[in-house]
Write a protein of this length. Structure first.
Length: 313
């Protein structure tokens, strides 16, 4: 009996040493990717890929940090974060500062068939066209962002001098109220606020974003250039996971909107009624070049910056 007991104890000890190793051998190592993004429906593929296991399936361990402004993340790329959400102008401005920042993939596109932006005015008010804005105050989320650049581009195309208009920065959430009380004459607004404002007595003067291109990249992803060029396989897996998430969103609208509500803390009513963007992972130097031309024409940037090498595929 003593011999059998010792034999059993030896077998259990051997199993305790072997099994964990075998379990570890069967579990592939995942690549850690630290990601920064803001709270917006634009970044739904990121959250779906995280919650539905697409990143895991492609060998990535993605850690998401929510930030207030992605422009502030540029200096942390390659150190605190590997990848960050952005707009093309963030990449352009970084390159103007001689920073090695590149686009890694697309995220959303503005299309005539799926418009996220609206230039809105009070219904039945004095502003019937952009030509009526001279001497007026217009709300903008940022004087240096793609939304404002698009508005300046649309004004220029119509022969309207933006210098005759006063632009005031404010949050999207406040634009509808400021329009209602007459403190601003127009607003550059995006979803979900655009759809909500249309229900509160405003008219749309169109989508200035389409003056830049149709389709045109609205949001994308960026990284430190050295890191991106040294981690090609990781970026391939990153884009594949986001593509899987986009396909999931297209096929599972209700479940995807539940993910949106979870990450944005929007009410189910708003999450279910929000017009989702056109998600698309493609991004190349031409997509950045379009915004370079628009930014130069609008006078938002100055200097010599080329689009060559601004994206990594």
């Amino acid at each position: 009996m003593s011999y059998l007991f010792r034999l059993l104890a030896f077998a259990l000890l051997a199993a305790s040493l072997v099994l964990p190793y075998a379990a570890r051998a069967d579990t592939p190592t995942r690549t850690k990717v630290r990601v920064a993004s803001v709270v917006s429906a634009a970044w739904l593929p990121l959250w779906v890929a995280k919650d539905q296991g697409m990143f895991d399936a492609h060998g990535l361990d993605v850690d998401i940090t929510t930030v207030q402004n992605v422009s502030s993340v540029v200096g942390a790329l390659g150190r605190q974060f590997e990848i960050s959400g952005c707009t093309p102008i963030d990449i352009i401005k970084a390159r103007l500062r001689k920073l090695d920042i590149v686009g890694t993939s697309g995220n959303t596109q503005e299309r005539s068939s799926n418009q996220q932006m609206r230039f809105v005015v009070t219904a039945n008010g004095p502003i019937q066209s952009m030509a009526d804005l001279k001497g007026q105050v217009v709300a903008t989320p940022s004087l240096n962002g793609v939304i404002h650049i698009a508005t300046l581009n649309a004004l220029r195309e119509r022969g309207i001098d933006p210098k005759g208009i006063r632009f005031q920065e404010m949050s999207f959430a406040n634009m509808g109220d400021q329009l209602a009380v007459g403190r601003v004459a127009a607003a550059e607004i995006v979803e979900p606020y655009a759809s909500a404002s249309m229900k509160k007595g405003v008219n749309s003067l169109g989508d200035p974003m389409l003056s830049v291109g149709d389709p045109v990249v609205l949001t994308c992803w960026m990284a430190n250039g050295q890191w991106a060029r040294s981690n090609h396989a990781t970026l391939v897996a990153w884009r594949a996971a986001l593509s899987d998430a986009i396909q999931y969103i297209q096929k599972n609208d209700k479940a995807s909107r539940a993910v949106l509500a979870k990450w944005t803390h929007l009410s189910n009513e708003i999450a279910n009624s929000t017009r989702l963007p056109a998600y698309h992972t493609h991004l190349d130097d031409n997509d950045i070049e379009i915004w370079i031309r628009a930014s130069l024409a609008a006078g938002v940037i100055s200097g010599n910056v080329g689009a060559a090498g601004s994206s990594v595929n």
